[in-house]
Design a binder for this molecule. Structure first.
Ligand SMILES: [Mg+2]
Ligand SMILES: [Zn+2]
Length: 177
């Protein structure tokens, strides 16, 4: 049986966007994240999908990114939140890779590997690409004003769902699914 999922952006969505997160001690969770994700996981599989172009630029390594992600996933687990898989694009947009958001590569991968019903799924993020990401597979994207959200809000297509942050995004999804 196919299950719906929520694909979460990391920086600016569930943790503060502090530029390059090179090590676990750089991570600061938004206080609302734990409760919001706990409520979402009652009805959705949860995934993290993050673009980390600083790897391609040589500022951090993929190992650094993986260490931060492992730490994020285990802090969430301590709060009872299960992340089914984490997907990282380590490329720069100029590389023309297949996996950078909003390209739906990781959505299709999750669909196959974890039996996700993409059309009943949602993406959440603080960049218009995060919204386009969900829409590209027939799902919905929910925009948050945290992180870079306030800066890019005017770049959204008319009619997109704009929320104040992860709590309100979760509320919206639970009301509209
Ligand atoms: Mg972000
Ligand atoms: Zn990529």
């Amino acid at each position: 049986m196919l299950r719906p999922a929520v694909f979460l952006d990391r920086d600016g969505t569930i943790v503060e966007d502090r530029g390059v997160l090179a090590k676990p001690s750089d991570v600061v969770f938004y206080p609302d994240t734990f409760d919001a994700l706990k409520r979402l996981q009652d009805r959705f599989l949860l995934f993290l999908v993050t673009n980390q172009p600083w790897v391609a630029r040589g500022i951090i390594t993929l190992d650094d990114v993986n260490r931060v992600n492992t730490w994020v996933v285990s802090r969430l687990a301590e709060h009872g939140v299960t992340i089914t898989a984490v997907y990282v694009c380590p490329h720069e947009r100029e590389d023309g890779c297949h996996c950078i958001k909003p390209r739906p590569y990781f959505l299709h991968m999750a669909g196959k590997e974890h039996s996700v019903d993409l059309e009943r799924s949602f993406t959440i993020g603080d960049h218009p690409h995060d919204v386009e990401f969900g829409r590209s597979v027939g799902g919905r994207g929910v925009y948050v004003r945290t992180g870079h959200g306030e800066k890019h809000v005017n770049d959204l297509q008319p009619g997109e769902i704009v929320t104040s942050g992860i709590k309100e995004a979760a509320d919206w999804i639970l009301r509209n699914s």
